[in-house]
Design a protein around this ligand. Structure first.
Ligand code: ZN
Length: 288
């Protein structure tokens, strides 16, 4: 905006707009810029999570609402970051568990004495129950990342609830508790779905630092991506469970360097429940 004003002041006098014209131009510019920024938010903060499939799978008559709007409309029930008032950040790992990348990430976290948050896909938990146990036994927090990684924006309300509840039922049987935190696949969730999660006491958590590691990036690029939007309260998105043909070796290589970088910058590494100040477990009274 400052740049715009400076440019105008250099115009010859006969070309300089009047104050009212300038004000109108500024207003028009703001009207153009603000909605674009708002609608760009989910795409900017995306993981595989936001591919070209997004628009195609959206249910007719539905539209995605920006994460800025969701944060404003669902305080305490939707967040992309924690409070910016203290130097605390949370590492999060999606699409777990598998038998390849999940143990490698857990080994590094154990060595570095860092606790993170893992978002579990139900059908993967069914295949790798030991790995779910290991995640929790080593002191990490867990959340629900759907049953089969379908975009919630493509589902009917009952299909959406089924994704959440099937996974919770399974995790309850494996862990003895129901996780409060939910991360929707691709970060996509509709306002009416959030109304339901809010009414049940769930907390939907996306991210504001996207490593884009799922693209098979090397550690240097992953670290550059982190530096782009890192700040106090950041929630950092990574993956620790690979799909078919997916290469997360860059994530594994980057992780010790990322932890070192965060510690050098005096960030305390905490779990999502710690960062957002809510217990990891859903109070059982909410379910009945
Ligand atoms: Zn995912």
């Amino acid at each position: 905006m400052h740049f715009f004003l400076k440019r105008c002041s250099r115009l010859p006098e006969w070309l300089q707009p009047s104050a009212s014209l300038l004000a109108a131009a500024l207003l028009a510019l703001l009207l153009v810029i603000i909605p674009q920024q708002a609608s760009a938010q989910p795409i900017a903060g995306s993981d595989q999570e936001h591919s070209s499939e997004t628009a195609a799978t959206l249910r007719p008559g539905k539209r995605l609402v920006s994460w800025i709007t969701l944060t404003r409309n669902f305080p305490g029930a939707f967040a992309t970051h924690g409070p910016a008032t203290s130097r605390r950040v949370a590492l999060t790992f999606d699409d777990v568990p598998d038998n390849d990348y999940t143990p490698k990430v857990l080994d590094i976290l154990a060595r570095e004495k860092v606790k993170a948050t893992f978002f579990i896909v139900g059908e993967r938990a069914l295949k790798h129950p030991d790995m779910v146990q290991r995640i929790v036994a080593e002191g990490h927090a867990v959340g629900n990342h759907s049953y089969d990684h379908t975009s919630y924006a493509s589902l009917s309300m009952s299909e959406f609830k089924d994704q959440v509840e099937r996974t919770n039922k399974l995790l309850h049987s494996q862990l003895g508790f129901t996780p409060r935190f939910i991360r929707p696949p691709y970060g996509e969730i509709l306002p009416e779905q959030l109304l339901w999660t809010q009414s049940r006491g769930y907390y939907v958590v996306n991210w504001n630092v996207d490593t884009e590691d799922w693209k098979g990036l090397g550690p240097d690029q992953i670290l550059r991506n982190v530096r782009r939007t890192l700040g106090p309260g950041s929630i950092i998105l990574q993956h620790a469970g690979g799909g078919i043909g997916e290469d997360l070796s860059g994530t594994v290589k980057a992780l010790p360097r990322l932890i070192q970088l965060l510690k050098q910058k005096n960030y305390e590494l905490v779990t999502v429940p710690e960062l957002l100040g809510k217990p990891e477990e859903l109070e059982s009274i909410r379910l009945y």
